[in-house]
Design a protein around this ligand. Structure first.
Ligand SMILES: Cc1cc2nc3c(=O)[nH]c(=O)nc-3n(C[C@H](O)[C@H](O)[C@H](O)COP(=O)(O)OP(=O)(O)OC[C@H]3O[C@@H](n4cnc5c(N)ncnc54)[C@H](O)[C@@H]3O)c2cc1C
Length: 293
């Protein structure tokens, strides 16, 4: 690994100032779980490493009934999994975290690092897209909000300038009668998903018609993939098993996945078909119970 200058800012302002000073020659490190692998593989060799893990002001989970959920970028996966607020109001986020890696990894890895790494196999992004989440991004003296759905640009590439950092994940209150679920295909519990998917379904409580649906797939494209044709099979209908199977079929035909050592493209498509049907069924059951997650 190439030598680098190491900085350990204790505030967001300090971190942003270092970023603006060093720009392209600097990279941030949070938990380091992806960053160190990338550096060891020689894919990145920053001259300056800005270690933000000590910025305690970015480690929080807040919730109120009006604005919804706010998660600081340095919150660990384990804190999200175990948060009583999240388990109560956004059960799907906690459910997703249980299947993300091992407890050791979840204890140290951060939600911000996961999203900024931009791995299309990542689990949080599809769930956050179905929940219509927004991301707060800061640079010195400026702040902007970007939809999670637009954040991933390409394989390991996200919408962040060299002087910008992600500071907060904002999740609105889901509409009433919305159900959301996440599942992924793993060889062993906690493995990276061969494919994954998150589904949200919103029902009209008077006639049971599906008013909104979001289906987002992981590891079938260079970015999280929104299966819009599959969504359109559900919207405006009273859902049953046949329609869920139709949505699964449509979702399997939309992306163009790669073959690799874990699975062929054909197998990935087949699994998308099965998993979308299955996950949509769980999302529908939750929507029927009037739960918001
Ligand atoms: C063994 C193992 C198994 C894993 N399994 C899974 C899995 O099943 N599913 C899954 O989704 N993930 C998995 N991961 C990834 C893990 O979840 C971490 O979340 C992820 O590696 C990044 O978190 P980190 O805090 O370590 O980020 P780092 O590695 O420190 O950073 C990752 C990238 O994000 C940038 N960055 C970090 N924080 C910020 C910020 N606030 N603003 C701007 N840029 C930032 C860094 O510069 C770097 O480019 C696994 C990791 C390991 C090591």
């Amino acid at each position: 690994m190439k030598d680098f200058e190491y900085f350990a800012p204790k505030t967001v302002e300090e971190a942003l100032s270092l970023l603006s000073q060093h720009r392209e020659e600097a990279k941030m490190i949070a938990g380091g779980q992806s960053m160190l692998v990338t550096m060891r593989q020689g894919l990145l060799a920053p001259e300056n490493l800005i270690d933000i893990k000590g910025i305690s002001a970015l480690d929080y989970i807040n919730f109120n009934e009006k604005e919804g959920l706010r998660i600081g970028a340095l919150t660990t996966h384990r804190a999200i999994e175990k948060s009583p607020i999240i388990q109560k109001h956004y059960e799907v986020l906690s459910e997703m975290e249980v299947n993300l890696a091992t407890i050791q990894t979840r204890n140290w890895g951060t939600i911000g690092g996961n999203l900024c790494h931009g791995d299309p196999a990542g689990d949080p992004a599809p769930v956050l897209i179905t929940l219509n989440a927004m991301l707060k991004v800061n640079r010195v003296g400026q702040e902007r909000i970007v939809a999670m759905e637009n954040f991933s640009k390409d394989f390991l590439e996200v919408d962040l300038g060299p002087d910008e950092m992600l500071t907060e994940i904002q999740v609105p209150i889901p509409k009433p009668h919305t159900g959301c679920a996440h599942e992924k295909l793993m060889q062993m519990q906690g493995d990276s998903g061969i494919i994954g998917n998150a589904v949200s379904i919103t029902l009209n409580p008077t006639n049971g018609v599906c008013e909104e649906a979001r289906i987002v797939l992981s590891n079938v494209s260079s970015v999280p993939f929104r299966a819009r044709k599959a969504e359109s099979r559900l919207i405006g209908k009273v859902l049953n098993d046949d329609l869920l199977a139709e949505a699964g079929q449509a979702a399997s035909e939309e992306p163009d996945p790669n073959s690799d050592m874990h699975a062929t493209a054909e197998y990935r498509r087949e699994m998308v078909k099965v998993f979308v049907r299955r996950t949509a069924k769980r999302a529908l059951e939750r929507a029927k119970r009037g739960l918001i997650s």
